[in-house]
Design a protein around this ligand. Structure first.
Ligand SMILES: [Zn+2]
Length: 96
């Protein structure tokens, strides 16, 4: 009896570890920054994905345009170099 209990406990521990690892991986993915580039001056800035997502959700006007930020340097528009929105649309800046 005692032995069986021990075994069960260990299994639970492993399961817990796997669960935790999966959660961490998901968190990592969420924490990945989205690189934005200013269309005016070309400066690049990393913005946390969670923040971009927030913008994406709030800005439910035209989904054909990516979430945009104002450039702190020149006040121009910053767009994500590559970003897949909550609507499943991938935006990409055309490299010329
Ligand atoms: Zn700029």
């Amino acid at each position: 009896m005692g032995r069986k209990k021990k075994k069960k406990k260990r299994k639970d521990k492993i399961r817990e570890r796997i669960k935790r690892r999966k959660m961490l991986e998901k968190e990592k993915q969420e924490k990945k920054d989205v690189r934005f580039r200013c269309l005016e001056c070309g400066i690049e800035e990393d913005i946390p994905r969670s923040v971009v997502k927030q913008f994406d959700i709030l800005d439910n006007g035209d989904i054909s345009v990516p979430p945009r930020f104002d450039c702190e340097v020149c006040g121009g528009l910053m767009e994500p170099i590559e970003y897949t929105s909550v609507h499943g649309i991938t935006y990409k800046i055309d490299e010329k």
